[in-house]
Write a protein that binds this ligand. Structure first.
Ligand code: OAD
Length: 274
């Protein structure tokens, strides 16, 4: 590790800095979950009948709810078959080390941070969680697990009538939807913790950005909030160029061009030895 980065990380521990980690699909790539925009990405490889990005819209859900559901059931099965990797584990350990000085903001809907031991309270799943569903009509804000009878979904398999009957809101009996943010929707506090995320950004001294291409709105706002804060530093970890790397370097931070599963445990070990 670059000695200047090591010095910064050590100093962050000693001066009781407020640390936030922002993660994207790159953290879970090494668990075998495709990213969105890579060569095998979810937005790159289409399904049989639809363009991939159409699937992630409320518009499509209203037209073809079970087409959208079967795509999310397939993605949920990919996530269920994956295991957290050393990157996820290092972040769970950082939370244990720093307690209330630590937050994790994740765009990943795969639940791997929680499975690695990060707490739901301090892990802001700003794009939702593919293992949960909620009322499509918003009769309540209750999140419920997607029924286990729909496990092990094979891509493009159609739902039977008995299976569609499982995808109902337990409160009103109406259609349930996946608990994920779609392209034609906006971030909010009740489901995606918009306000809390921005509050965390405003008090962050050290932001570690791991494995994201920076193509969505709230993660960019988080980085800009931190960048505006006097004395705050950004460290970007990514195998490729991305907008956060440039922002980090511009403001005196670091861009580490390497994998999350290698760099996050290294950072943890500097924190532990500080
Ligand atoms: P992307 O697929 O856009 O970007 C993944 C990033 O991870 C890229 O910058 C890769 O270079 C990097 N990467 C891949 N493997 C890596 C590794 N092993 N170590 C480090 N970096 C690695 O995924 P996201 O940025 O997460 O939103 O996408 C953000 C959001 O866009 C997603 O949450 C999703 C999508 O539309 C919604 O569905 C609302």
């Amino acid at each position: 590790m670059d000695p200047s980065l090591e010095k910064l990380l050590t100093a962050s521990v000693h001066s009781r800095k407020f640390i936030t980690v922002l993660t994207g699909a790159g953290v879970s790539a090494e668990s075998g979950i495709p990213t969105f925009r890579g060569p095998e990405g979810y937005w790159t490889v289409g399904s049989e009948a639809y363009q991939p990005q159409e699937m992630a819209t409320r518009r499509m859900f209203l037209k073809q709810p079970y087409e959208v559901w079967k795509w999310y059931l397939y993605r949920r099965s990919v996530c269920a078959a994956a295991e957290p990797n050393p990157g996820h584990q290092a972040l769970a350990e950082m939370e244990r080390l720093f307690g209330d000085r630590f937050h994790l903001i994740t765009q990943n809907v795969d639940n791997l941070h929680i499975r690695a031991g990060s707490s739901p309270e301090r892990t802001f799943q700003i794009h939702g969680n593919v293992f949960r569903m909620r009322c499509a009509e918003e009769c309540s804000q209750r999140l419920v697990p997607v029924p286990p009878d729909l496990d092990d979904w094979v891509r493009d398999r159609d739902l039977t009538p008995a299976e569609t009957a499982l995808l109902r809101c337990p409160e009103c009996g109406g259609l349930a939807r996946p608990h994920v943010l779609w392209f034609d929707e906006v971030y909010d506090e009740p489901f995606y913790r918009l306000t809390s995320t921005l509050e965390v950004a405003r008090k962050t001294d050290l932001l570690i950005v791991a494995g994201t291409s920076g193509m969505t709105n709230l993660p960019n706002k988080v980085a800009w909030e931190v960048s505006r804060r006097h004395g705050a530093v950004i460290v970007d970890i990514n195998i490729d160029v991305n907008p956060f790397a440039a922002l980090a370097v511009r403001d005196g931070g670091f861009a580490v061009k390497d994998t999350c599963s290698r760099v996050l445990p290294e950072i943890l070990s500097v924190f532990q030895d500080a």
